[in-house]
Design a protein around this ligand. Structure first.
Ligand SMILES: [Cu+2]
Length: 470
């Protein structure tokens, strides 16, 4: 084993104690005690206190599952069960998950580990777990009906295999998948290399999270499981901005971010202020000759990607899915486009009948983030997040990479807002403005149009409300 830097000693003391608690004398003979997590906070990395050493990952708004060693086998205990997940402060969803949370805890093992996972089903229906991306015996692949009998409610099954290749993996049910994944059943898995690996660099910070999505009607608590495309909550680890923790790093840190996509669509993940390289896919580490720098990487459904970069620009850098509808929360849909429509006459007439009537969106949607809109209980505003300069006008799949010179090694805490050096923030110009260059001609084309209207036509169409008709 090479001499890995252990910069996480402080945080490890806490989680080490949790890991030790799983190994009670009584339990050694039977099932490992299930560890349950009640809080949606980002827990400090789980420093290994048995088995081979490795640099642990940090799960955004999540945690890693402690294990016990039993005659050389690493034993974990997952409990599939209904959970209440706080998706953002003040917004709770009734989901299904593992060990108290959705997603379930991250499982971290080392290449070559013999792994045994006990899965107890406390759901009202049968389940199974598929170990997405793993090399394993066919009968351990977790496909209900094809490779195993379903785990009925109240039963515990055992999965056992050797973690053969290092990389980034996921786990999820392969039984009534449509329901169980729509309800939040999924988790992350990282297999660390057993020694120095030519394609896997050591990093200072290693973050993981799953991309997931829900359709929860404003004012209700349970996802609509039949939804195939029209989700209204776009989340990372079943959290939505501003409920997603920031990724806090030290200036000059080598940072890895691992993401897995278990939604129904792709997510182009975009980082501000830095270029990264994709160093691994669901198939494992990529050959170095195939890596190039980019600032956005698309993650398709069922895929995992890991990106790496040196955090060498100080500041608060946005990190988000670039599909703008995925950085919106509930109410991002079903609102007609009203930009440019002058409502004043209509509003005057309506307020005679409905005194509280308010018009939204004629100057764009930013108004909505500023107005205090009355919302049903348990609804997250469409766009939220209060930054140092006002509303961030974002929701959903959005967080912030915080790069700080004075962040301590091993400190994953939020350092607060960036203090911009004087003269480095965009500012208002108050002098006299020269005439700006402006395109005024309609322009030509590849060839003349066959029939040109006698008078110019301006298209003014108000899009139909909702998605129901297409
Ligand atoms: Cu997206």
């Amino acid at each position: 084993m090479n001499n890995r830097r252990n910069f996480l000693t402080g945080a490890g003391a806490i989680t080490g104690a949790i890991a030790a608690a799983t190994v009670s004398k009584v339990a050694m003979a039977a099932l490992p005690e299930p560890m349950i997590q009640g809080k949606p906070d980002t827990m400090p990395p789980l420093v290994p206190n048995s088995g081979r050493p490795y640099n642990p990952v940090v799960t955004l708004n999540g945690w890693s599952l402690p294990w016990r060693m039993n005659s050389g086998v690493k034993e974990f205990h997952l409990v599939a069960e209904p959970v209440v997940r706080e998706m953002a402060p003040g917004f709770k969803a009734h989901l299904w998950g593992y060990n108290g949370q959705s997603p379930g805890p991250t499982i971290e093992v080392v290449e070559g580990d013999h792994v045994r996972i006990f899965v107890t089903n406390k759901l009202p229906e049968h389940t199974s777990i598929h170990w997405h991306g793993q090399r394993l015996p066919n009968g351990m692949d977790g496909v209900n009906g094809l490779t195993q009998k379903a785990i009925d409610p109240g039963k515990t099954f055992v999965y056992e295999f050797v973690a053969r290749r290092p990389g980034t993996f996921m786990y999820h049910p392969h039984a009534d998948e449509m329901t169980q994944m729509a309800m939040g059943m999924m988790g992350f898995w990282v297999t660390h290399p057993k020694g120095r690996h030519p394609l896997i660099d050591e990093v200072d910070r290693d973050f993981v999270f799953l991309l997931n999505a829900y359709d929860i009607e404003p004012g209700s608590y349970t996802p609509k499981i039949m939804t195939m495309l029209d989700f209204n909550l776009w989340s990372w680890n079943s959290r939505i901005f501003p409920g997603i923790d920031s990724l806090n790093v030290r200036l000059g840190d080598k940072v890895r971010i691992r993401m897995g996509n278990l939604t129904m669509t792709n997510h182009p993940m975009h980082l501000h202020g830095h270029e990264f390289v994709v160093t691994g896919t669901d198939g494992g580490p990529t050959p170095k000759s195939t890596r190039w720098h980019e600032v956005t990487t698309d993650i398709a459904v069922g895929q995992m990607r890991q990106v790496e970069f040196i955090a060498n620009e100080e500041g608060d850098w946005a990190f988000h899915c670039h599909k703008s509808h995925h950085t919106m929360n509930a109410m991002g849909h079903d609102v007609p486009t009203m930009i440019g429509v002058d409502h004043r006459q209509v509003v005057r007439q309506i307020t005679n009948l409905v005194p509280d009537y308010m018009v939204m969106g004629e100057r764009g949607m930013a108004d909505m983030a500023e107005m205090e809109m009355p919302l049903p209980d348990n609804t997250i505003p469409m766009m939220t997040g209060e930054g140092p300069f006002g509303s961030v006008e974002m929701g959903g799949m959005f967080s912030v990479l915080k790069v700080r010179r004075d962040q301590k090694r091993g400190d994953y805490g939020n350092p607060g807002w960036f203090k911009h050096p004087a003269g480095t923030v965009a500012y208002e110009f108050t002098g006299s403005l020269p005439q700006p260059a402006r395109a005024s001609k309609a322009g030509a084309g590849a060839m003349p149009a066959k029939a040109i209207p006698k008078k110019d036509v301006e298209v003014r169409i108000r899009k139909p409300n909702g998605h129901k008709d297409h």
